[in-house]
Design a protein around this ligand. Structure first.
Ligand code: GLV
Ligand code: MN
Ligand code: MN
Length: 421
């Protein structure tokens, strides 16, 4: 049971973080793995991810936090409370997609450091401890599934299975994690927090279009990732009659078109994406022998997501028979939709209103570590606007005023949950 101590008019004025300091940290972290257009490339467990972690851990140590790392590289920094016990935790991730921006994930972690620094500067203690975490491999772009670190933290995936995962470049999590020096000794699953709150950019257009500053996130939609392998027959592009082809490239294109049709015809919250297609031998005058591609299906409604998965499976059968190719599938990730704790959701909204901020209740379209932590403890999320709804793109942008507003909501929500002394 979550109770807030922020009661009525006798409650102290809301605390406020420094937007300038938060931006300075975001910029410093974004220099590691910087790519053209102000973006970031720190794929999980690469050398860049390692250097990003080193910088954040240095900041955690500078703030006098007790820092520890588990066997999958999740790193948690704790500020003691007046009383011992499970902490009120915040966090997110600092890995990025290969063509990412500087805010996705990084904001939630660095805003957590802002929470600590603001409380230290104001001399405010909390009854319960506070913790700031970064979870490994949230993106899953190099080593599926996404949210791998937080999934291991909550016991949803065994540590050994995670370590054995083979990435898109043929390496394993274990060897790459070892190489960056973040295979820690804390056991998994990790200790259960008192509550978890994550600040994140929306990554969609709603808050920006509606002119609202804070998204009070009620839950996260379900995610289904499938790898599809299509085996056709390589042959000469000039001599093979069209009727005699078994073209894996054509079949992959048909899957991409079919996935769009599934999502469009279902409507509602259904989305579908083929984000990766790898053709072999990938030559101008050779019919493709093999295609390996991914399908990402998401919906806030589990039953609808299951219907979309069945439609995909029918589509693959039809394409296999029409083109005379063989199709096999491998599940890369499957998470049901998650609803956050109503008390934490209400508290986020209440703290935003105390700060005079306009709010909207909304679901999350993107996956987040919070959806894993929700299995363990009362959990909620705070969204801030993404300009033009752009994310997973170097052009991802949120104004400093909105970053600051979101971090202030995080700060006051955490203090309310932890109890201000
Ligand atoms: C992860 O961030 C995802 O939503 O794909
Ligand atoms: Mn993210
Ligand atoms: Mn992301």
């Amino acid at each position: 049971m979550i109770e807030s101590d922020a009661a009525g008019s006798s409650a102290p004025a809301p605390l406020r973080i420094s937007g300038e300091r938060l931006t300075a940290r975001l910029n410093a972290l974004a220099e590691i793995g910087a790519i053209e257009g102000d973006g970031c490339s720190r794929l999980a467990f690469t050398a860049e991810d390692g250097r990003g972690r080193d910088l954040v851990v240095t900041w955690m140590n500078d703030l006098g936090l007790e820092v520890s790392t588990d066997g999958i590289g999740n790193t948690v920094a704790v500020r003691a409370g007046v009383e011992p016990g499970p902490p009120v935790m915040c966090g997110s991730h600092i890995d990025t997609v290969a063509t990412g921006g500087r805010f996705d994930g990084n904001l939630g972690v660095l805003a957590g450091l802002e929470v600590i620094e603001t409380l230290d500067a104001a001399g405010v203690e909390t009854t319960r401890p506070l913790a700031v975490a970064f979870f490994s491999n949230e993106e899953g772009a190099r080593f599926p599934p996404d949210m791998m670190g937080s999934l291991v933290y909550v016991g949803g995936m065994g540590l050994e299975e995670a370590l054995d995962t083979v990435g898109i470049d043929g390496t394993t999590v274990a060897e790459e994690l070892e190489a960056i020096g973040y295979r820690g000794s804390l056991p998994s699953p990790g200790p259960v927090p008192h509550a978890y709150v994550e600040l994140h950019i929306e990554q969609g257009p709603v808050l920006d279009i509606e002119g609202e500053t804070i998204g009070v996130v009620e839950g996260v939609q379900g995610i289904s990732w499938t790898e599809v392998t299509i085996e056709g027959q390589s042959n000469h592009a000039g001599t093979t009659p069209m009727s005699m082809r078994h073209d894996a490239g054509l079949a992959a294109a048909a899957v991409a078109v079919g996935v769009r049709e599934i999502a469009s015809s279902m409507g509602g919250n259904q989305v579908g994406t083929c984000g990766m297609i790898d053709l072999h031998p990938n030559l101008v005058n050779v019919i493709a022998q093999r295609a390996v591609m991914t399908v990402d299906l998401r919906n806030t409604d589990e039953e609808a997501l299951v219907r979309a998965e069945s439609a995909l499976s029918e589509l693959l059968d039809r394409i296999a028979s029409e083109e005379g190719v063989t199709v096999s599938t491998r599940r890369l990730a499957r998470f049901e939709p998650v609803e956050f704790d109503p008390n934490v959701v209400d508290l986020v909204e209440e703290q935003a209103h105390r700060l005079g901020l306009a709010t909207r209740r909304m679901p999350s379209g993107a996956g987040h570590d919070a959806q894993m932590l929700a299995r363990l403890c009362p959990t909620g999320m705070v969204f801030v606007p993404s300009v033009d709804g752009v994310s997973h793109n170097p052009a991802e942008f949120t104004s400093e005023a909105d970053l600051e507003a979101g971090a202030n909501v995080l700060l006051n929500t955490m203090v309310a949950l932890a109890g201000r002394v």
